[in-house]
Design a binder for this molecule. Structure first.
Ligand code: ZN
Length: 75
């Protein structure tokens, strides 16, 4: 698990230097192809898989409302 996370950090490092080539990940909700790592989002708490990412549309549609609910439920 730790290994996969550090792999993602490496990808970010490469991307920051403009050296990340052929980056391609699928949104875990709608399956859209994501080719810009800076436009990927963490889908937690809806999907906690280490490698899961989601697109900007789904983060607004599903992830942010879920986070809001979580905050409300913790009160
Ligand atoms: Zn999506």
């Amino acid at each position: 698990m730790q290994k996969i996370k550090s792999k993602r950090m490496e990808q970010f490092d490469l991307a920051l230097r403009g050296e990340l080539e052929d980056y391609r990940e699928a949104c875990c909700f709608c399956g859209d192809a994501l080719t810009d790592i800076f436009k990927t989002h963490n889908p937690a708490p809806l999907n906690r898989e280490e490698e899961a990412v989601c697109c900007e549309i789904c983060v607004d549609k599903f992830v942010r409302p879920a986070r809001m609910l979580q905050i409300l439920n913790f009160r």
